[in-house]
Design a protein around this ligand. Structure first.
Ligand SMILES: CC(C)(COP(=O)(O)OP(=O)(O)OC[C@H]1O[C@@H](n2cnc3c(N)ncnc32)[C@H](O)[C@@H]1OP(=O)(O)O)[C@@H](O)C(=O)NCCC(=O)NCCS
Length: 123
């Protein structure tokens, strides 16, 4: 299985917090119910959401598409029982990935109170 693309993104948690506060409904537009429910259980949900936003941008970069070619909710970060994150695509993102021959993803996240980063690999 070959590498089709890699992508990364780094998000400033406080800037992201302001963006979510300023735009009503943005959280629901960007994140699935499961992503929001997971974040809501943590001490600072925004830190988790920032990491997931970084993941969505990283996935777009790995597919070689510009931002906002499809709704960001089409890219979902799911969590295994171990805590390991993975990528699940829906809608136009799934179609685009299939067109590019992507059959699997690898994703890693890291975050602190100030920064959140994701790296995605399309296989
Ligand atoms: C994975 C681990 C090293 C995280 O390190 P950390 O420095 O505390 O936190 P980081 O910000 O660098 O990474 C956090 C991210 O690592 C990812 N992660 C968690 N568990 C993981 C695992 N088993 N494999 C790969 N990635 C994992 C998650 O995406 C997490 O972000 P999220 O909680 O928002 O989903 C640490 O949680 C660990 O050692 N886990 C091993 C499994 C474990 O002990 N689980 C405890 C519950 S049973």
């Amino acid at each position: 299985m070959g590498v089709i693309g890699i992508g990364t993104d780094l998000v400033e948690v406080e800037r992201f917090r302001l963006a979510l506060r300023r735009t009503p409904g943005l959280t629901e537009r960007l994140f699935s119910d499961a992503e929001r429910a997971y974040a809501a259980r943590r001490r600072d949900p925004t830190e988790r959401l920032a990491a997931r936003f970084a993941a969505k941008e990283a996935v777009m970069k790995a597919m070689g598409v510009g931002l906002w070619r499809f709704p960001l909710r089409d890219i979902e970060v799911v969590r295994a029982a171990s805590g390991a994150p993975s990528v699940r695509l829906h809608g136009r993102a799934a179609v685009l990935a299939a067109d590019r021959g992507v059959t699997e993803w690898r994703l890693t996240l890291t975050h602190t109170s100030t920064m959140a980063q994701a790296i995605a690999v399309a296989l």
